[in-house]
Every structure is written in C-alpha cells, then in structure tokens.
Design a protein around this ligand. Structure first.
Ligand SMILES: CC(C)(COP(=O)(O)OP(=O)(O)OC[C@H]1O[C@@H](n2cnc3c(N)ncnc32)[C@H](O)[C@@H]1OP(=O)(O)O)[C@@H](O)C(=O)NCCC(=O)NCCS
Length: 156
C-alpha cells in the first residue's frame, strides 16, 4: 500500500470533491466541499489540507490547523487534525491509520509535541479509531461540544 498526501489543484479537484463518507457518517465529518469552504472562511485557523492518494488514486482528504495560535474553545492547536475523510468504499483497510502516521511525522518534524483532534460522540463514529491509534483524552471539549483528544509525539 503506497499512501501519499497530494496538493489539491485544478487537475484533481473534481476527483477530490467526489470522495465521500457514508450518508450515516456525515454527521461526524461532512463533505470535502464543506471542508474547503471552511478552509476559505477561517484563514485565521491556518488550514492546511491535502488529498490522500493510495496507489495513485484519490481516496481521502485530510485537513489540519497548522501551527495555529490556540484560542479555545473555538481554535484548538497548535497542531490540530481538523478533518479526516476516507471514502466509504476504501474504509477499514488501514488508510486512515496511515494518514494519521504521515501527518504525525510531518508535524513532529516541525517541532510538535502533540497532535490534537476532536470528534463527535455516537454509534458508528470515529472515537474507537482514534483510541486505537493512541489518542488519549484531554478532558476538554471544543465550542461545539466535540471531545478533544491528543496523540503525544516524541521528539528523538
Ligand atoms: C474514521 C476513518 C477516518 C477511519 O479510517 P479507516 O481507513 O476506515 O480506518 P483504518 O482502516 O485505518 O483503521 C485503523 C484501526 O482503527 C479501527 N477503526 C476504524 N474505524 C473505526 C471506528 N469507526 N470505530 C472503531 N474502530 C475503528 C480499525 O479496525 C483499525 O484497527 P486495527 O488496526 O485493530 O485493525 C474513516 O472511517 C472515515 O472517514 N470515517 C467517516 C468520517 C469520520 O468520522 N472522520 C473522522 C472525524 S473528523
């Protein structure tokens, strides 16, 4: 499995917008188009996003707040995994875990000591995914009541 994070541009935008979670998962993350609209609407949240390619095909989307000044509960940071979407047809094959590993390596190299994220609780939601990857509770919630968790990153 070869997974890469690729810039979103005119050449792949259509394919990236077609990436979608299952309808019953929408309440946990929304669409790529909404994520791109959020990125444009909240530049102060320092959005950084990439398409996820597996073996040359776009299969997912990831967006972070990249080294943002935290202003809780609205802006969580400095390193915050804002959106992670793996296409419904490609879930449960290890891609989500690989993306988190790639992103964690990138931000660790920038000096991050932890990667934060937040999630909506509920059946079929991503809580178990983040727990499986080693994210731990911070005890905090964001402005929408989402649970904030952290992945400790060790600088070697
Ligand atoms: C959550 C999501 C990103 C996971 O990606 P994925 O590629 O399906 O997950 P992986 O195959 O890499 O799973 C990694 C591990 O987590 C587990 N896992 C995956 N989804 C899980 C879930 N919803 N609940 C519990 N465990 C889960 C897998 O079983 C696997 O465990 P293993 O290593 O013991 O086999 C993906 O399913 C998705 O896009 N879901 C909808 C949107 C969403 O909720 N996004 C996150 C919130 S921003």
């Amino acid at each position: 499995m070869h997974v890469e994070l690729v810039d979103v541009d005119d050449r792949n935008l259509g394919a990236v917008l077609a990436i979608a979670v299952a309808p019953q998962q929408r309440r946990f993350v929304g669409t790529v188009s909404e994520a791109l609209a959020d990125a444009a609407a909240y530049p102060h949240a320092k959005p950084w996003y990439r398409a996820v390619y597996a073996d040359g095909e776009p299969i997912g989307f990831v967006m972070l707040s990249w080294d943002v000044e935290p202003q809780p509960p609205e802006i969580i940071g400095p390193w915050f995994l804002w959106k992670l979407i793996i296409d419904e047809s490609r879930q449960r094959r290890g891609y989500g875990a690989k993306v988190v590993e790639l992103v964690a390596d990138l931000v660790r190299r920038e000096g991050a000591s932890e990667l934060l994220t937040s999630y909506v609780e509920g059946d079929g939601g991503p809580a178990g995914f983040y727990e499986r990857l080693g994210f731990e509770p911070t005890g905090e919630v964001d402005a929408d009541g989402e649970i904030i968790v952290r992945l400790p990153l060790h600088q070697d």
